[in-house]
Design a protein around this ligand. Structure first.
Ligand code: GYE
Length: 325
């Protein structure tokens, strides 16, 4: 116990010194369970809310948390996981920025006997016993909800034909793939819809702006009926551009977004976004509950999805409480 305690304190100090954060409890009480968490970055309000959720939950459960923020770099995530292995944390939790490229480091974790829980995003590995569980959204269902809204909206407009542009999240990431696939599934076979183009905005507000600008340059305001954006940060960036161009969002162009950040919900309430598919970042307690079960030797479910909903212009929006992210 003494050695583990020393290691935990040293690593916490080291992570803090290298601009990482740690929610390590005060040096007087060694935590019984130490979790190494590799967060992928800070690209959106969703992500910041997710990091806070993990930190708060670790505290509530009395676990030590070694948190490393990889600032959008897979190599940094791999390095963080390797450091968690050398320091023999009890459980490794990580949110993989992309799906591929994890086989080796996951094998190393297995050799060290440390279980791995994936949170938020999935990996694509040849052997899916390399991770113990996935705790995060059902992105395919989210994409379908976006498509279902569009069908309802087209009905309400009596539209014969709608041109869609899609601003996608980070390429090779689970939410990007499945939000796209679910959306296409939902609208498949409905001749009223054409997806003109899918362009990647990397889940960033700044890139959402760039994408919207280039789409407007290419198709003109009259050529675009619908923007389907894979997250609120990019949608907010697109709104900036539409405002500058004198286009009325929500009316001249239908906007469909994903996440449910406060800033985006405020725009929905104002009628400037038509639909937001909820994706909750509040995964911390679900993750820590499974960490707790694992460290007590219990078997845990392979997949856990949080409950999520959809907010649209057709709903009564007065009851949406503060979003907390
Ligand atoms: O939608 C987006 C974030 O992986 C679900 O990543 C997450 C996505 C979320 O940057 O805002």
């Amino acid at each position: 116990m003494k050695l583990r305690y020393l290691i935990f304190t040293l690593l916490s100090l080291c992570l803090a010194l290298t601009a990482c954060q740690s929610t390590a409890p005060a040096a007087s009480s060694p935590p019984a369970v130490v979790v190494g968490f590799s967060q992928l970055g800070s690209e959106s309000g969703w992500r910041i809310g997710n990091t806070a959720s993990m930190e708060q939950a670790a505290k509530r459960w009395g676990f030590g948390l070694m948190l490393d923020n990889a600032n959008q770099r897979q190599d940094k995530q791999i390095a963080a996981i390797r450091s968690f292995i050398s320091y023999q944390v009890d459980v490794i939790v990580f949110s993989p920025i992309v799906e591929t490229g994890w086989d080796n480091v996951l094998r190393e974790a297995r050799q060290a006997g440390i279980p791995v829980i994936l949170t938020d995003r999935m990996v694509d590995v040849a052997d899916d016993t390399l991770y113990t569980a996935y705790i995060g959204a059902d992105f395919l269902a989210e994409g379908r909800r976006a498509g279902e809204f569009l069908i309802k909206k087209a009905d309400a407009l009596g539209a014969e034909h709608l041109n869609i542009v899609e601003i996608t999240g980070t390429e090779d990431s689970t939410p990007m793939r499945d939000r796209q696939a679910g959306f296409l599934q939902a609208i498949a076979g409905d001749g009223r819809f054409t997806v003109l183009e899918s362009i990647t905005g990397d889940f960033l507000r700044s890139k959402g702006r760039e994408c919207m600008r280039s789409l407007l340059d290419k198709y003109g305001a009259a050529g675009i009926d619908v923007v389907y954006s894979h997250n609120d940060a990019m949608t907010l960036g697109a709104l900036d551009v539409l405002d500058e161009a004198g286009i009325v969002p929500g009316r001249d162009i239908v906007l469909i977004s994903v996440d449910g950040e406060q800033a985006a919900v405020d725009e929905l309430v104002k009628g400037r976004i038509n639909c937001i598919v909820e994706c909750t970042p509040h995964l911390g307690d679900d993750v820590m509950a499974q960490v707790d079960a694992l460290t007590k030797g219990r078997t845990i479910p392979k997949t856990i999805h949080p409950e999520e909903t959809v907010f649209t212009e057709f709903d009564d929006l007065t009851g949406i409480g503060p979003r907390g992210y």
